[in-house]
Write a protein that binds this ligand. Structure first.
Ligand code: PBG
Length: 328
């Protein structure tokens, strides 16, 4: 059958029918909002390269978390910015570190919120790499040992899920083993399993004060030229005990999300990263695109690709836009 019997526009012209047959929707229940918590600041500081995003003091982070939950966003992912950095990342697993304190307070004030913590060293190391550095090399195994201590400290502070984003080999296993040994065998690990060395992270490094002081991250994050390598990353992390996975960035990586979702049966989410946010914000500020429509379109593309959940800087906004029953 073909035209003139077939007319695809018949399903499009009437908005009621168009909505009735739409395949995908965004739900606030699938979203997580990132929060940056900074030690030693009095209130909140705007992130210049991410209009509408802030570094929050501990107290402000608690207020923000409550607001997020009130809007119906079920989850947050926390990033910490310590007041002092060193060569080993001691503050990352300090009992009274910024994240450990923030997690405990948020869990107390907003017990209904799912608190995920980003587990990495880049914010805590003087050189800004995601692992220890010796003679210009990012060391794998010593970094992994520290990352496990970081994850444990988050668990002890009350985190619901720990999310390693460093891309060292074997970190999920080290984290899983230490958590299990210390009575946290029930605590899920969300692995940033498929994390590319992306230029889209640049504004985040402003927000988290974690830009590498030399070189870049392509010695440990994935090459954007590769898709099949994602399978090896996922296989490794699942074998090490990861429970759920992230693909990152999201925009431009729909093919990878789709392929991972089709091949593996664990929940797969994606992270719509800082550069995706800033790009649309900047264009919208100039009136070149409509922010809401563009955001719904990019986030729907992530659902279409198969993402079960989305970490997004627009989580709060989407929750405001979605008045129930999903939005498309
Ligand atoms: C920490 C980390 C990064 C992001 C999440 N966790 C930065 C990086 O790898 O350089 C990026 C998030 C974003 O751009 O929004 N390693």
């Amino acid at each position: 059958m073909s035209y003139p019997l077939v007319r695809l526009r018949r399903l499009r012209e009437n908005p009621k029918l168009r909505r009735f047959v739409s395949e995908h929707k965004l739900f606030k229940k699938d979203l997580a909002q990132p929060i940056f918590v900074k030690e030693g600041i009095p209130g909140r500081v705007a992130v210049a390269s991410m209009p509408g995003q802030f570094q929050f003091s501990e107290a402000e982070a608690v207020e923000e978390a409550k607001k997020i939950l009130d809007l119906g966003v079920p989850a947050v992912i926390l990033f910490g910015i310590p007041s002092k950095k060193d060569a080993r990342g001691f503050e990352a697993f300090a009992k009274k570190g910024i994240i450990q304190r923030a997690v405990a307070k948020i869990k107390k004030s907003a017990p209904g919120l799912l608190v995920i913590t980003d587990v990495c060293l880049c914010e805590y190391l003087t050189h800004g790499h995601c692992g220890h550095v010796r003679k210009g090399r990012v060391l794998n195994d010593s970094s992994v040992a520290t990352l496990a201590r970081v994850a444990l400290s988050h668990a002890e502070a009350g985190a619901d899920v720990v999310a390693p984003s460093d891309m060292m080999d074997g970190r999920v296993l080290a984290i899983r083993r230490l958590l299990d040994r210390r009575g946290f065998e029930h605590l899920p690990v969300m692995s940033y399993a498929v994390k590319y060395a992306s230029s889209f992270y640049a504004p985040f490094r402003d927000a988290a004060e974690s830009a590498p002081g030399f070189g870049d991250r392509s010695g440990y994050q994935m090459d954007p030229a590769n898709a099949r390598e994602a399978f090896r990353e996922v296989e490794a992390d699942l074998a090490e005990g990861a429970d759920l996975l992230l693909v990152k960035p999201a925009l431009g990586y729909g093919d990878v999300i789709r392929r991972v979702v089709e091949k593996f049966s664990c929940p797969v989410g994606c992270y719509s990263v800082s550069g995706e946010y800033s790009m649309i914000k900047a264009a919208a500020e100039r009136g070149w695109v409509d922010e809401k429509k563009t955001v719904l379109e990019t986030h729907l593309s992530m659902k279409r690709a198969g993402a079960a959940f989305i970490v997004s800087y627009w989580a709060k906004d989407i929750a405001r836009w979605e008045t129930g029953g999903g939005i498309s």
